[in-house]
Write a protein that binds this ligand. Structure first.
Ligand code: ADP
Length: 506
């Protein structure tokens, strides 16, 4: 793909790169969490910089078809080798807010992607092994030869393995792979059947410790480990988390593998797509505002209260937006809610959980607090509503036990909503405590606590609520500090281009 030469900031002439993204999610068409935002955001940034990007996704029945333009079948017959035979697929093409997306639709009794939900099935490993295989087969059969195949999370960990062990010998010897790990907790651990299904075979070879053998369960293969071992470069989504994954239990058993491959591993902080998340242009909020028109933010606070029937008192609103997963510190989310109510604040929660126990727990809590005029729990997934919450709240809590990057705190900063976060992963790289950070005062943008117990959270919330009540002017300058940060894709976009450049010329 020839797009002309461009100048890098450094003054060097950079060749445009042709990148294919392989992922299980892409916002807003298929979104469960941050993975979706990142796949869309990085793709957009790379295209703005003159590169060519295509995204390959599964075609789920439950994705948001209203977010795709011009969807049509571009390849009616793609036969994907699978076990001894082949599965007939159709490949669809459509634009997702300007991004070129290919959707793979298998026609088989396995019914891999027509199940009314994106995740949560007993054959998860097979579903995404098939997706990786089909994506590689699609590239091969359509003569697409991207410079870089950028794979995301465990779902696509087998693609670099397939490239190096199979497709390289069919004319794809010049393709390079970059593998980004968004969450180490889910790795894709499966049995030998995966090898037979995908045509890798030779179990004695792949069950080697240096190949795909799971570091904990020696009778199983690990997709994510495959992605690490076989890719030309591996990233995770913040520098702090790159360190944690290697040196603490947050690598979930992959620390040693990362250590072995340390020379091709690093952290690149995610960005936020400011086309989507910008209070100056946001079409989902009633009052637009920026750092110089901060008073207009409070029209959104009114609207949020109207929406949830909250009482209109002189009180701050503290919010939580995100998946209700153990990872997110469920016990601390609950404690934040009650601590807010006991200390003169209101609390708003938007979240959903695939875990039945956690979900039941929050439904009970919602019923219990049903009559409270200071609290609302919205248990579901609602992208549009999340914009109003980011804009209408005064503070947001992110008390995660682990957090590879975290987007909610970065979005909140852009919306002038002060983050109160636990010092872990990307939260460490993005939020700087107003009272204790060693950064200059104008660079401090929130509140940070360290331990996972209730009193640690309380100490940070107390300071935040205290400042809001007692020193409103200072609270406003804290807000302004946060809004001035640039957590767009600008910097990470260049960082990824440098990585691509590096692996292409190795
Ligand atoms: P993770 O990827 O672990 O889910 P992130 O903080 O990286 O967490 O990204 C979460 C993204 O998903 C944010 O854009 C957040 O606004 C969005 N999100 C999470 N839960 C919900 C929900 N229930 N409704 C709307 N958006 C949500």
């Amino acid at each position: 793909m020839l797009l002309g030469s461009r100048l890098l900031n450094s003054g060097k002439v950079a060749t445009p790169v042709y990148i294919t993204m392989l992922a299980a999610e892409c916002a807003p068409v298929i979104k469960v969490g941050g993975l979706a935002d990142v796949v869309f955001g990085i793709s957009r940034e790379l295209e703005i910089r003159g590169n060519a990007v295509e995204i390959i996704l599964p075609k789920y029945d439950c994705m948001r078809y209203d977010q795709i333009w011009g969807l049509h079948i571009m390849m009616p017959d793609l036969w994907v080798p699978w076990y001894g035979g082949a599965i007939h697929c159709s490949v669809w093409f459509g634009f997702v807010h300007g991004r070129k997306c290919f959707f793979i639709e298998p026609h088989s009794s396995d019914n891999f992607f027509n199940r009314g939900a994106y995740y949560g099935f007993h054959d998860e490993a097979l579903r995404f092994a098939f997706f990786s295989k089909a994506a590689m087969e699609f590239l091969l059969k359509t003569d697409k030869r991207p410079d870089v195949i950028h794979c995301h999370d465990w779902h696509t960990g087998l693609a670099p393995v397939l490239l190096a062990e199979v497709y390289k010998f069919h004319g794809m010897q010049n393709q390079r792979t970059c593998y980004t790990i968004h969450n180490f907790k889910h790795q894709g651990v499966a049995g030998a059947n995966i090898l037979w299904a995908t045509g890798l075979q030779r179990p004695e070879y792949y069950f080697n410790y240096h190949q795909l053998r799971d570091n904990i369960n020696h009778g199983a293969l690990n997709f994510m480990k495959g992605g690490i071992v076989y890719s030309n470069f591996v990233t995770t989504v913040s520098p702090q988390h790159a360190w944690e994954a290697r040196h603490t239990d947050q690598g979930y058993g992959l620390g040693h593998t990362l250590h072995v491959h340390a020379d091709k591993f690093g952290g690149v902080l995610n960005g936020v797509d400011y086309e989507v998340w910008n209070p100056e242009t946001d079409r989902f909020i009633p009052c637009r505002y920026g750092v110089d028109t901060l008073q207009d933010k409070y029209g959104n606070k009114e609207a949020l209260r109207d929406r949830f029937w909250l009482r209109k008192d002189y009180k701050p609103i503290i919010a939580y937006v995100g998946r209700l997963d153990q990872q997110k510190g469920v016990h601390l989310i609950r404690h934040a809610l009650f601590y807010a109510l006991w200390n003169g604040a209101q609390f708003v929660l938007l979240g959903t959980s695939p875990d039945r126990d956690i979900s039941n727990y929050f439904w009970h809590l919602k019923n219990y607090l049903n009559d409270s005029p200071d609290c609302h729990l919205e248990l579901g997934f609602d992208e549009d509503l999340s914009h109003l919450i980011y804009a209408g709240a005064d503070m947001i809590v992110v008390p995660s036990l682990f957090e590879p990057c975290g987007l909610t705190q970065m979005i909140a900063l852009k919306y002038g909503t002060v983050p109160i976060v636990r010092a872990v992963g990307g939260l460490v790289d993005t939020v700087f405590d107003r009272d204790h950070s060693d950064r200059p005062i104008h660079e401090r943008n929130g509140y940070v606590f360290h331990q996972t117990d209730a009193s640690a959270l309380e100490s940070a919330m107390q300071r935040a609520i205290g400042l809001w009540y007692s020193y409103p002017e200072e609270f406003r300058s804290l807000i302004a500090n946060g809004m001035r940060y640039d957590y767009s894709w600008n910097y990470p976009g260049q960082h990824y281009l440098n990585i691509y450049e590096h692996i292409r010329h190795k």
